[in-house]
Design a protein around this ligand. Sequence first.
Ligand SMILES: Nc1ncnc2c1ncn2[C@@H]1O[C@H](COP(=O)(O)OP(=O)(O)OP(=O)(O)O)[C@@H](O)[C@H]1O
Ligand SMILES: [Mg+2]
Length: 161
Amino acid sequence: MPMPSPTESPILRHDALTLIALPNSIHIGRTYATAVLRGWGHLDDDFLADAQLVVSELLTNAVDALGFTDPRVVITARAVVRIYLSELSDCVLIEVWDPHPRIPHPRGMPPPDALRGRGLEIVRHLTRDSGYSVLPDGAHAGGKIVFATLPFPQEEPPRAP
Ligand SMILES: Nc1ncnc2c1ncn2[C@@H]1O[C@H](COP(=O)(O)OP(=O)(O)OP(=O)(O)O)[C@@H](O)[C@H]1O
Ligand SMILES: [Mg+2]
């Protein structure tokens, strides 16, 4: 995955949500992203479905990395993930932050009988760019941001800055 560059384009609108890293948060994150994008006037059903899928895959990976799909794991103050949505002139930038030090490992499409390993590949197919950025400990909370940019549908006119 390439390192991110999408924020070189000016951000027109931005929204963010912090979620406790629990499986239910994936549904909440999907609902939140749809509501924000609709609120920004992006109403195309296919676009919204793709955005939901991208958010789902990235949030699932973040929650998974923190281990909170395992009921034995104790929730701590660091057990949060964050979703950032930024509207650029011709696409939405979807970013998901989590504090886990492990980086994403896209491995290409797995064999048909594999149960897992498709998430990042699906994201790559749906989006224009995708990648991640490791954050230093200290000023930030460490961890990394995994991002993807999803172009607006062709017929939707680009927004003026
Ligand atoms: N946010 C993340 N934090 C830590 N590791 C990650 C993160 N995202 C992805 N990874 C690593 O990259 C691998 C590939 O992710 P990917 O989403 O493609 O597959 P998967 O999560 O294993 O399976 P699937 O998404 O099909 O259920 C993961 O198995 C995990 O090791
Ligand atoms: Mg996954």
